[in-house]
Design a protein around this ligand. Structure first.
Ligand SMILES: *Cc1c(COP(=O)(O)O)cnc(C)c1O
Length: 474
Protein backbone atom coordinates (compact mmCIF):
# COMPACT_ATOMS: atom_id res chain seq x y z
CA UNK A 1 0.00 0.00 0.00
CA UNK A 2 1.44 3.32 -1.10
CA UNK A 3 1.29 6.25 1.33
CA UNK A 4 -1.16 9.09 0.89
CA UNK A 5 1.73 11.31 -0.13
CA UNK A 6 2.99 8.91 -2.77
CA UNK A 7 -0.44 8.85 -4.40
CA UNK A 8 -1.57 12.46 -4.16
CA UNK A 9 1.43 14.37 -5.47
CA UNK A 10 1.99 12.44 -8.72
CA UNK A 11 -1.75 12.21 -9.37
CA UNK A 12 -2.41 15.93 -9.02
CA UNK A 13 0.76 16.77 -10.97
CA UNK A 14 -0.43 14.43 -13.73
CA UNK A 15 -3.85 16.10 -13.67
CA UNK A 16 -2.29 19.55 -14.02
CA UNK A 17 -0.01 18.34 -16.82
CA UNK A 18 -2.89 16.74 -18.75
CA UNK A 19 -5.12 19.81 -18.33
CA UNK A 20 -2.33 22.10 -19.51
CA UNK A 21 -1.62 19.90 -22.52
CA UNK A 22 -5.36 19.90 -23.31
CA UNK A 23 -5.55 23.69 -23.28
CA UNK A 24 -2.39 24.04 -25.38
CA UNK A 25 -3.79 21.59 -27.93
CA UNK A 26 -6.98 23.58 -28.52
CA UNK A 27 -5.25 25.97 -30.92
CA UNK A 28 -4.59 23.19 -33.44
CA UNK A 29 -7.71 21.06 -33.19
CA UNK A 30 -11.17 21.44 -34.69
CA UNK A 31 -13.52 23.27 -32.31
CA UNK A 32 -16.19 20.56 -32.52
CA UNK A 33 -15.17 17.04 -31.44
CA UNK A 34 -14.47 14.64 -34.31
CA UNK A 35 -17.00 11.83 -34.91
CA UNK A 36 -14.16 9.34 -34.27
CA UNK A 37 -13.59 10.87 -30.83
CA UNK A 38 -17.28 10.54 -29.98
CA UNK A 39 -17.22 6.89 -31.06
CA UNK A 40 -14.54 6.28 -28.41
CA UNK A 41 -16.92 7.35 -25.62
CA UNK A 42 -18.21 3.78 -25.55
CA UNK A 43 -14.95 2.89 -23.79
CA UNK A 44 -16.16 4.78 -20.69
CA UNK A 45 -19.45 2.94 -20.65
CA UNK A 46 -18.32 -0.23 -18.89
CA UNK A 47 -20.30 -2.18 -16.29
CA UNK A 48 -19.97 -0.66 -12.79
CA UNK A 49 -16.55 -1.88 -11.61
CA UNK A 50 -16.59 -4.40 -8.77
CA UNK A 51 -13.09 -3.61 -7.55
CA UNK A 52 -10.98 -0.45 -7.13
CA UNK A 53 -8.46 0.55 -9.75
CA UNK A 54 -5.36 2.73 -9.89
CA UNK A 55 -6.40 6.43 -9.73
CA UNK A 56 -3.67 7.26 -12.29
CA UNK A 57 -5.30 4.85 -14.75
CA UNK A 58 -8.71 6.40 -14.13
CA UNK A 59 -7.35 9.85 -14.91
CA UNK A 60 -5.51 8.59 -18.01
CA UNK A 61 -8.68 6.97 -19.37
CA UNK A 62 -10.66 10.13 -18.70
CA UNK A 63 -8.10 12.23 -20.57
CA UNK A 64 -7.53 9.78 -23.45
CA UNK A 65 -11.25 9.35 -24.16
CA UNK A 66 -12.89 12.38 -22.55
CA UNK A 67 -10.61 15.21 -23.70
CA UNK A 68 -10.97 14.61 -27.49
CA UNK A 69 -14.75 14.30 -27.07
CA UNK A 70 -15.08 17.86 -25.71
CA UNK A 71 -16.26 20.92 -27.57
CA UNK A 72 -13.38 23.43 -27.49
CA UNK A 73 -15.34 25.96 -25.43
CA UNK A 74 -12.16 26.88 -23.58
CA UNK A 75 -10.51 27.82 -26.88
CA UNK A 76 -10.49 31.09 -28.77
CA UNK A 77 -12.84 30.31 -31.68
CA UNK A 78 -16.00 29.03 -29.99
CA UNK A 79 -18.75 31.57 -30.71
CA UNK A 80 -21.85 29.67 -29.56
CA UNK A 81 -24.27 30.54 -26.74
CA UNK A 82 -22.59 33.75 -25.40
CA UNK A 83 -20.58 31.72 -22.93
CA UNK A 84 -16.88 32.59 -22.99
CA UNK A 85 -13.97 30.52 -21.72
CA UNK A 86 -12.09 30.50 -18.42
CA UNK A 87 -9.22 32.85 -17.60
CA UNK A 88 -6.10 30.83 -16.68
CA UNK A 89 -6.00 32.36 -13.19
CA UNK A 90 -9.58 31.20 -12.59
CA UNK A 91 -8.79 27.65 -13.73
CA UNK A 92 -5.86 27.53 -11.32
CA UNK A 93 -7.91 29.15 -8.53
CA UNK A 94 -10.63 26.58 -9.15
CA UNK A 95 -8.10 23.73 -8.73
CA UNK A 96 -6.89 25.23 -5.47
CA UNK A 97 -10.40 25.83 -4.21
CA UNK A 98 -11.37 22.27 -5.18
CA UNK A 99 -8.42 21.03 -3.13
CA UNK A 100 -9.68 23.11 -0.18
CA UNK A 101 -13.04 21.31 -0.52
CA UNK A 102 -14.82 23.91 1.58
CA UNK A 103 -18.53 23.74 2.21
CA UNK A 104 -19.29 27.42 1.76
CA UNK A 105 -22.54 27.58 3.71
CA UNK A 106 -21.50 29.03 7.07
CA UNK A 107 -19.01 31.77 7.95
CA UNK A 108 -17.86 30.21 11.21
CA UNK A 109 -17.08 26.88 9.55
CA UNK A 110 -15.39 28.12 6.36
CA UNK A 111 -14.40 31.71 7.17
CA UNK A 112 -11.77 32.00 4.43
CA UNK A 113 -14.11 31.22 1.57
CA UNK A 114 -17.02 33.17 3.08
CA UNK A 115 -14.73 36.17 3.39
CA UNK A 116 -13.44 35.86 -0.20
CA UNK A 117 -17.03 35.67 -1.47
CA UNK A 118 -18.04 38.73 0.51
CA UNK A 119 -15.17 40.70 -1.04
CA UNK A 120 -16.02 39.39 -4.52
CA UNK A 121 -19.67 40.42 -4.10
CA UNK A 122 -18.67 43.92 -3.03
CA UNK A 123 -16.34 44.23 -6.04
CA UNK A 124 -19.08 43.00 -8.40
CA UNK A 125 -21.60 45.51 -7.05
CA UNK A 126 -19.09 48.30 -7.62
CA UNK A 127 -18.00 47.09 -11.06
CA UNK A 128 -21.56 46.55 -12.34
CA UNK A 129 -22.62 49.93 -10.87
CA UNK A 130 -25.34 48.44 -8.65
CA UNK A 131 -26.57 50.03 -5.39
CA UNK A 132 -23.93 49.64 -2.64
CA UNK A 133 -26.36 48.14 -0.13
CA UNK A 134 -27.26 45.19 -2.41
CA UNK A 135 -27.46 41.69 -0.98
CA UNK A 136 -26.00 38.97 -3.16
CA UNK A 137 -25.74 35.25 -3.69
CA UNK A 138 -23.32 33.04 -5.61
CA UNK A 139 -25.36 30.44 -7.46
CA UNK A 140 -24.90 28.03 -10.37
CA UNK A 141 -25.88 30.34 -13.21
CA UNK A 142 -28.30 32.99 -14.41
CA UNK A 143 -31.23 30.56 -14.35
CA UNK A 144 -30.85 30.07 -10.61
CA UNK A 145 -29.89 33.73 -10.17
CA UNK A 146 -33.23 34.66 -11.78
CA UNK A 147 -34.96 32.15 -9.51
CA UNK A 148 -33.22 33.52 -6.40
CA UNK A 149 -33.87 37.18 -7.17
CA UNK A 150 -37.49 36.48 -8.11
CA UNK A 151 -38.00 34.59 -4.84
CA UNK A 152 -36.97 37.81 -3.06
CA UNK A 153 -39.35 39.74 -5.31
CA UNK A 154 -42.19 37.35 -4.53
CA UNK A 155 -41.51 37.77 -0.81
CA UNK A 156 -41.42 41.57 -0.98
CA UNK A 157 -44.50 42.25 -3.10
CA UNK A 158 -46.63 39.92 -0.96
CA UNK A 159 -45.15 41.16 2.33
CA UNK A 160 -46.31 44.65 1.38
CA UNK A 161 -49.91 43.41 1.30
CA UNK A 162 -49.52 41.48 4.57
CA UNK A 163 -48.94 37.97 3.16
CA UNK A 164 -46.08 35.74 4.32
CA UNK A 165 -45.34 33.58 1.29
CA UNK A 166 -42.51 31.60 2.95
CA UNK A 167 -44.87 30.48 5.73
CA UNK A 168 -48.15 30.15 3.85
CA UNK A 169 -47.21 29.57 0.23
CA UNK A 170 -49.29 30.89 -2.61
CA UNK A 171 -52.52 29.08 -1.70
CA UNK A 172 -55.07 31.85 -1.11
CA UNK A 173 -52.46 34.57 -1.53
CA UNK A 174 -53.26 37.87 -3.22
CA UNK A 175 -52.49 37.42 -6.94
CA UNK A 176 -49.17 38.72 -8.30
CA UNK A 177 -49.07 40.27 -11.76
CA UNK A 178 -45.88 39.26 -13.60
CA UNK A 179 -44.88 41.30 -16.65
CA UNK A 180 -42.26 40.10 -19.16
CA UNK A 181 -41.12 41.14 -22.63
CA UNK A 182 -42.01 39.08 -25.68
CA UNK A 183 -38.30 38.13 -25.93
CA UNK A 184 -38.01 36.91 -22.31
CA UNK A 185 -35.29 34.26 -21.89
CA UNK A 186 -36.80 30.77 -21.40
CA UNK A 187 -34.76 30.31 -18.21
CA UNK A 188 -36.58 33.24 -16.60
CA UNK A 189 -39.89 31.73 -17.68
CA UNK A 190 -38.81 28.45 -16.06
CA UNK A 191 -37.89 30.28 -12.84
CA UNK A 192 -41.37 31.80 -12.74
CA UNK A 193 -42.81 28.29 -12.99
CA UNK A 194 -40.60 26.98 -10.16
CA UNK A 195 -41.76 29.86 -7.95
CA UNK A 196 -45.44 29.06 -8.50
CA UNK A 197 -45.88 32.26 -10.49
CA UNK A 198 -46.58 30.35 -13.69
CA UNK A 199 -44.68 30.03 -16.93
CA UNK A 200 -47.54 31.35 -19.05
CA UNK A 201 -49.59 33.24 -16.46
CA UNK A 202 -47.76 36.45 -17.41
CA UNK A 203 -48.56 39.71 -19.13
CA UNK A 204 -46.38 39.92 -22.24
CA UNK A 205 -45.17 43.28 -23.58
CA UNK A 206 -44.47 43.59 -27.34
CA UNK A 207 -40.89 44.23 -28.48
CA UNK A 208 -39.26 46.42 -31.15
CA UNK A 209 -37.04 45.39 -34.06
CA UNK A 210 -34.08 44.83 -31.68
CA UNK A 211 -36.18 42.54 -29.46
CA UNK A 212 -36.46 45.16 -26.70
CA UNK A 213 -39.58 45.76 -24.64
CA UNK A 214 -41.62 48.73 -25.80
CA UNK A 215 -42.10 50.87 -22.68
CA UNK A 216 -45.08 52.57 -24.33
CA UNK A 217 -46.87 49.19 -24.40
CA UNK A 218 -46.41 48.47 -20.68
CA UNK A 219 -49.82 47.70 -19.13
CA UNK A 220 -51.13 49.84 -16.23
CA UNK A 221 -49.43 48.49 -13.07
CA UNK A 222 -51.52 47.92 -9.97
CA UNK A 223 -51.26 45.72 -6.87
CA UNK A 224 -48.45 43.20 -6.22
CA UNK A 225 -46.47 43.30 -9.48
CA UNK A 226 -43.11 42.07 -10.72
CA UNK A 227 -41.76 43.43 -14.02
CA UNK A 228 -38.95 41.35 -15.56
CA UNK A 229 -36.72 43.15 -18.01
CA UNK A 230 -33.71 41.96 -19.97
CA UNK A 231 -30.27 43.53 -20.28
CA UNK A 232 -28.72 41.88 -23.33
CA UNK A 233 -31.00 40.05 -25.76
CA UNK A 234 -29.43 36.68 -26.62
CA UNK A 235 -29.87 37.32 -30.33
CA UNK A 236 -29.24 41.03 -30.78
CA UNK A 237 -27.54 42.12 -27.55
CA UNK A 238 -30.29 44.76 -27.18
CA UNK A 239 -31.37 46.22 -23.81
CA UNK A 240 -34.92 46.77 -22.56
CA UNK A 241 -35.54 50.47 -21.66
CA UNK A 242 -34.52 50.42 -17.98
CA UNK A 243 -35.04 54.10 -17.22
CA UNK A 244 -38.65 54.11 -18.43
CA UNK A 245 -39.43 50.75 -16.83
CA UNK A 246 -37.91 51.85 -13.50
CA UNK A 247 -40.00 55.04 -13.52
CA UNK A 248 -43.19 53.08 -14.17
CA UNK A 249 -42.48 50.38 -11.57
CA UNK A 250 -41.43 52.89 -8.89
CA UNK A 251 -44.56 54.98 -9.44
CA UNK A 252 -46.71 51.85 -9.00
CA UNK A 253 -44.76 50.33 -6.07
CA UNK A 254 -43.94 47.36 -8.32
CA UNK A 255 -40.70 45.33 -8.33
CA UNK A 256 -38.31 45.60 -11.31
CA UNK A 257 -36.06 42.59 -11.98
CA UNK A 258 -33.24 42.54 -14.55
CA UNK A 259 -32.09 39.39 -16.35
CA UNK A 260 -28.58 40.53 -17.29
CA UNK A 261 -26.87 37.17 -17.75
CA UNK A 262 -24.24 38.69 -20.02
CA UNK A 263 -25.57 42.20 -20.76
CA UNK A 264 -25.08 43.48 -17.21
CA UNK A 265 -21.34 43.44 -17.95
CA UNK A 266 -21.76 46.36 -20.38
CA UNK A 267 -21.82 48.51 -17.22
CA UNK A 268 -18.18 47.53 -16.57
CA UNK A 269 -16.95 49.04 -19.86
CA UNK A 270 -17.01 52.87 -20.02
CA UNK A 271 -17.52 52.62 -23.79
CA UNK A 272 -20.64 50.47 -23.34
CA UNK A 273 -22.05 51.60 -19.98
CA UNK A 274 -24.61 53.83 -21.74
CA UNK A 275 -26.41 50.63 -22.81
CA UNK A 276 -26.97 49.80 -19.13
CA UNK A 277 -28.25 53.29 -18.24
CA UNK A 278 -31.02 53.12 -15.64
CA UNK A 279 -30.36 49.51 -14.75
CA UNK A 280 -29.15 50.42 -11.26
CA UNK A 281 -32.67 51.72 -10.55
CA UNK A 282 -34.07 48.16 -10.52
CA UNK A 283 -34.78 46.08 -7.41
CA UNK A 284 -32.97 42.86 -8.37
CA UNK A 285 -30.52 41.55 -10.94
CA UNK A 286 -29.32 38.18 -12.24
CA UNK A 287 -26.04 37.65 -14.04
CA UNK A 288 -23.49 35.01 -14.97
CA UNK A 289 -19.81 34.95 -14.13
CA UNK A 290 -19.26 31.87 -16.31
CA UNK A 291 -20.18 33.85 -19.42
CA UNK A 292 -18.48 37.20 -19.92
CA UNK A 293 -16.27 37.25 -16.82
CA UNK A 294 -14.76 33.99 -18.12
CA UNK A 295 -14.65 31.92 -14.94
CA UNK A 296 -15.20 28.12 -14.98
CA UNK A 297 -18.66 26.56 -14.61
CA UNK A 298 -20.82 26.86 -12.76
CA UNK A 299 -21.06 30.44 -11.64
CA UNK A 300 -23.92 32.94 -11.55
CA UNK A 301 -24.80 35.77 -9.18
CA UNK A 302 -28.07 37.21 -7.88
CA UNK A 303 -28.25 40.73 -6.44
CA UNK A 304 -31.15 42.24 -4.50
CA UNK A 305 -31.36 45.92 -3.53
CA UNK A 306 -32.99 45.03 -0.19
CA UNK A 307 -30.82 42.30 1.37
CA UNK A 308 -33.57 41.59 3.92
CA UNK A 309 -35.96 40.50 1.16
CA UNK A 310 -33.35 38.04 -0.15
CA UNK A 311 -32.61 36.74 3.33
CA UNK A 312 -36.31 36.37 4.13
CA UNK A 313 -36.73 34.22 1.01
CA UNK A 314 -33.63 32.07 1.52
CA UNK A 315 -32.58 31.76 5.18
CA UNK A 316 -33.17 28.57 7.13
CA UNK A 317 -32.34 27.74 10.72
CA UNK A 318 -31.68 24.42 12.41
CA UNK A 319 -30.57 23.59 15.92
CA UNK A 320 -27.22 22.15 14.83
CA UNK A 321 -26.30 25.02 12.50
CA UNK A 322 -24.14 27.70 14.15
CA UNK A 323 -25.94 30.63 12.54
CA UNK A 324 -25.59 33.05 15.44
CA UNK A 325 -22.55 34.95 14.24
CA UNK A 326 -21.72 38.58 13.64
CA UNK A 327 -20.69 37.59 10.10
CA UNK A 328 -22.67 37.03 6.94
CA UNK A 329 -23.59 33.39 6.42
CA UNK A 330 -23.67 32.74 2.66
CA UNK A 331 -26.44 30.15 2.99
CA UNK A 332 -28.82 32.79 4.38
CA UNK A 333 -28.89 34.22 0.85
CA UNK A 334 -28.73 31.15 -1.46
CA UNK A 335 -31.14 28.35 -2.39
CA UNK A 336 -28.43 25.80 -1.47
CA UNK A 337 -27.16 24.92 1.98
CA UNK A 338 -24.02 22.92 1.09
CA UNK A 339 -22.29 24.57 -1.81
CA UNK A 340 -18.84 24.93 -3.35
CA UNK A 341 -17.18 28.33 -2.88
CA UNK A 342 -17.68 29.45 -6.45
CA UNK A 343 -17.03 33.06 -5.48
CA UNK A 344 -13.34 32.17 -5.17
CA UNK A 345 -12.84 32.13 -8.95
CA UNK A 346 -14.79 35.38 -9.29
CA UNK A 347 -12.48 36.94 -6.72
CA UNK A 348 -9.43 35.66 -8.65
CA UNK A 349 -10.73 37.00 -11.98
CA UNK A 350 -11.46 40.45 -10.56
CA UNK A 351 -8.20 40.56 -8.58
CA UNK A 352 -6.22 39.78 -11.72
CA UNK A 353 -8.09 41.86 -14.31
CA UNK A 354 -8.97 44.85 -12.20
CA UNK A 355 -11.49 47.39 -13.39
CA UNK A 356 -9.45 48.11 -16.52
CA UNK A 357 -8.94 44.48 -17.44
CA UNK A 358 -12.67 43.74 -17.26
CA UNK A 359 -13.47 46.84 -19.32
CA UNK A 360 -10.88 45.77 -21.92
CA UNK A 361 -12.34 42.24 -22.10
CA UNK A 362 -15.86 43.59 -22.71
CA UNK A 363 -14.72 46.22 -25.22
CA UNK A 364 -12.50 43.74 -27.10
CA UNK A 365 -15.36 41.23 -27.47
CA UNK A 366 -17.62 43.97 -28.84
CA UNK A 367 -14.92 45.13 -31.26
CA UNK A 368 -14.52 41.55 -32.53
CA UNK A 369 -18.30 41.31 -33.03
CA UNK A 370 -18.29 44.54 -35.06
CA UNK A 371 -15.44 43.19 -37.19
CA UNK A 372 -17.42 40.00 -37.85
CA UNK A 373 -20.40 42.08 -39.01
CA UNK A 374 -18.18 44.24 -41.22
CA UNK A 375 -16.52 41.13 -42.74
CA UNK A 376 -19.88 39.49 -43.41
CA UNK A 377 -21.24 42.60 -45.10
CA UNK A 378 -18.08 42.97 -47.19
CA UNK A 379 -18.64 39.39 -48.38
CA UNK A 380 -22.16 40.27 -49.49
CA UNK A 381 -23.87 38.54 -46.58
CA UNK A 382 -26.85 39.96 -44.74
CA UNK A 383 -26.37 40.95 -41.07
CA UNK A 384 -29.80 40.97 -39.44
CA UNK A 385 -29.12 43.00 -36.29
CA UNK A 386 -27.72 46.34 -35.30
CA UNK A 387 -24.49 45.17 -33.60
CA UNK A 388 -24.58 47.10 -30.31
CA UNK A 389 -22.74 44.58 -28.13
CA UNK A 390 -21.13 41.16 -28.76
CA UNK A 391 -23.89 39.49 -30.82
CA UNK A 392 -24.03 39.14 -34.61
CA UNK A 393 -26.85 37.51 -36.61
CA UNK A 394 -25.97 36.59 -40.18
CA UNK A 395 -28.13 35.03 -42.86
CA UNK A 396 -26.89 32.95 -45.80
CA UNK A 397 -30.16 33.10 -47.72
CA UNK A 398 -33.29 31.09 -47.04
CA UNK A 399 -33.71 28.94 -43.92
CA UNK A 400 -32.58 25.74 -45.59
CA UNK A 401 -29.44 27.31 -47.06
CA UNK A 402 -28.58 29.00 -43.77
CA UNK A 403 -28.91 25.73 -41.85
CA UNK A 404 -26.77 23.93 -44.44
CA UNK A 405 -24.03 26.56 -44.16
CA UNK A 406 -24.10 26.44 -40.33
CA UNK A 407 -23.74 22.64 -40.37
CA UNK A 408 -20.83 22.99 -42.79
CA UNK A 409 -19.17 25.70 -40.66
CA UNK A 410 -19.40 23.46 -37.59
CA UNK A 411 -18.02 20.47 -39.51
CA UNK A 412 -15.17 22.50 -41.03
CA UNK A 413 -13.88 23.06 -37.52
CA UNK A 414 -12.09 26.42 -37.60
CA UNK A 415 -14.79 27.92 -35.41
CA UNK A 416 -18.20 27.04 -33.99
CA UNK A 417 -21.38 29.11 -34.31
CA UNK A 418 -24.96 28.04 -33.72
CA UNK A 419 -28.33 28.46 -35.39
CA UNK A 420 -31.07 30.75 -34.14
CA UNK A 421 -34.50 32.01 -35.12
CA UNK A 422 -34.83 35.75 -35.22
CA UNK A 423 -38.17 37.48 -35.91
CA UNK A 424 -39.14 34.98 -38.59
CA UNK A 425 -35.63 34.46 -40.01
CA UNK A 426 -33.23 31.56 -39.57
CA UNK A 427 -29.76 32.92 -38.84
CA UNK A 428 -26.30 31.99 -37.66
CA UNK A 429 -25.46 33.60 -34.34
CA UNK A 430 -21.91 34.71 -33.58
CA UNK A 431 -21.40 35.49 -29.88
CA UNK A 432 -17.98 36.80 -28.89
CA UNK A 433 -17.33 36.50 -25.17
CA UNK A 434 -14.02 34.67 -24.67
CA UNK A 435 -10.99 36.34 -23.11
CA UNK A 436 -8.84 34.25 -25.50
CA UNK A 437 -10.23 35.46 -28.84
CA UNK A 438 -7.71 37.54 -30.80
CA UNK A 439 -7.91 39.63 -33.98
CA UNK A 440 -6.26 36.73 -35.83
CA UNK A 441 -8.94 34.33 -34.53
CA UNK A 442 -11.63 36.62 -35.92
CA UNK A 443 -9.93 36.91 -39.34
CA UNK A 444 -9.29 33.16 -39.51
CA UNK A 445 -12.92 32.44 -38.60
CA UNK A 446 -14.31 35.02 -41.05
CA UNK A 447 -12.24 33.55 -43.88
CA UNK A 448 -13.42 30.03 -43.04
CA UNK A 449 -17.09 31.03 -42.73
CA UNK A 450 -17.09 32.96 -46.01
CA UNK A 451 -15.30 30.10 -47.82
CA UNK A 452 -17.78 27.55 -46.46
CA UNK A 453 -20.72 29.84 -47.28
CA UNK A 454 -19.51 30.25 -50.84
CA UNK A 455 -19.07 26.50 -51.30
CA UNK A 456 -22.53 25.82 -49.91
CA UNK A 457 -24.58 28.57 -51.52
CA UNK A 458 -23.36 28.61 -55.14
CA UNK A 459 -24.82 25.17 -55.81
CA UNK A 460 -28.06 25.80 -53.95
CA UNK A 461 -30.97 25.59 -56.34
CA UNK A 462 -33.32 28.50 -55.81
CA UNK A 463 -31.03 30.19 -53.29
CA UNK A 464 -31.87 33.84 -52.92
CA UNK A 465 -28.23 34.55 -52.14
CA UNK A 466 -26.83 36.89 -54.78
CA UNK A 467 -23.33 35.55 -54.24
CA UNK A 468 -20.73 35.65 -51.53
CA UNK A 469 -17.72 37.85 -52.10
CA UNK A 470 -14.34 37.21 -50.48
CA UNK A 471 -13.37 38.86 -47.21
CA UNK A 472 -11.13 41.86 -47.60
CA UNK A 473 -8.18 41.76 -45.22
CA UNK A 474 -7.93 45.34 -44.11
C1 LIG B 1 -27.50 32.41 -20.59
C2 LIG B 1 -28.68 33.20 -20.19
C3 LIG B 1 -29.52 32.77 -19.16
C4 LIG B 1 -29.33 31.45 -18.47
O1 LIG B 1 -28.09 31.40 -17.86
P1 LIG B 1 -27.47 30.02 -17.31
O2 LIG B 1 -26.16 30.46 -16.77
O3 LIG B 1 -27.34 29.13 -18.50
O4 LIG B 1 -28.38 29.48 -16.29
C5 LIG B 1 -30.56 33.59 -18.79
N1 LIG B 1 -30.79 34.77 -19.41
C6 LIG B 1 -30.01 35.21 -20.43
C7 LIG B 1 -30.32 36.54 -21.06
C8 LIG B 1 -28.92 34.44 -20.85
O5 LIG B 1 -28.15 34.88 -21.83
Amino acid sequence: MRSHHEVVRPLLADGAERATRYLEGLEDRAVAPAPAALAQLARLDTPLPDTPSDPAEVLALLDDVGSPATMAMAGSRFFGFVIGGALPVTVAASWLSTAWDQNACLYRVTPGVAHLEQVALRWLVELLRLPAQCGGAFVTGATVANFTALAAARHAVLDRVGWNVEADGLFGAPPITVVVGDEVHPSLTKSLGLLGLGRTRVVTVPVDAAGCMRADRLPPLDGPTIVCMQAGNVNTGGFDPATELAAATRAAGAWLHVDGAFGLWAAASPAHAHLAAGISLADSWATDAHKWLNVPYDSGVAFVRDPDALQAAMAITAAYLPTATPFRNPSDFTPELSRRGRGVEVWAALRQLGREGVAALIARSCRHASRFAEGFRAAGLEVLNDVVLNQVLVSFGDAETTKRVIDAVQAEGTCWCGVTQWQGHTAMRVSVSSWATTDQDVERSLTAIVRVARANTSTAAGSSQAGVRGVSHA
